[in-house]
Design a protein around this ligand. Structure first.
Ligand code: HEC
Length: 130
């Protein structure tokens, strides 16, 4: 009984740092992809350009639903959208990168500029269909 509880507690403790480490590693890879592919439009501070390029920092468009960010990166976005009350209608092209790279760059934008999100996995990316 006691041993079981103790083991569960130890397993729990080991799990949390392992998850943090995965998130940090994915975020680091995502940061490089961001600098390569996204920074020219969404800018280093993730704030975009009001009315032309939507912000990723504090975006109410995807922070509650990361699948919407995955969707934009994977398939592009052609319809007008509203982000933090401002309308955007310039299309964004699909980014020609692997599901793993999409997972990493999404983890990055979900956990940068004060954004607080989770680790995005390849499985999460695979689930998002057009
Ligand atoms: C050529 C400029 C350009 C590039 C490069 C670009 N985007 Fe975008 N992005 C846009 C525009 C414009 C929109 C708005 C599309 C619309 O209104 O339908 C957008 C929308 C988005 C959105 C959803 C709206 C929001 O702000 O929450 C996300 C998330 C996003 N981009 C992430 C990325 C990521 C990550 C990359 C790099 C892998 C990237 N974008 C590369 C221009 C760009």
């Amino acid at each position: 009984m006691i041993t079981g509880t103790l083991l569960a507690a130890i397993a729990g403790l080991a799990w949390a740092p392992a998850q943090d480490k995965k998130l940090e590693e994915s975020k680091a890879r995502g940061k490089e992809l961001y600098a390569e592919l996204c920074i020219t439009c969404h800018l280093a501070d993730g704030k975009g350009m009001a009315g032309a390029i939507p912000p990723l920092a504090g975006s109410n468009y995807f922070l509650k639903n990361p699948a919407k960010a995955i969707q934009a990166i994977k398939y592009g976005l052609n319809d007008p959208i509203k982000v933090n009350g401002v309308e955007y209608s310039t299309p964004m092209a699909a980014q020609n990168i692997s599901d793993e790279e999409i997972a990493d760059v999404t983890t990055y934008i979900l956990n940068t500029w004060g954004n607080k999100g989770k680790l995005i996995t390849v499985k999460d990316v695979e689930k998002v269909k057009k």
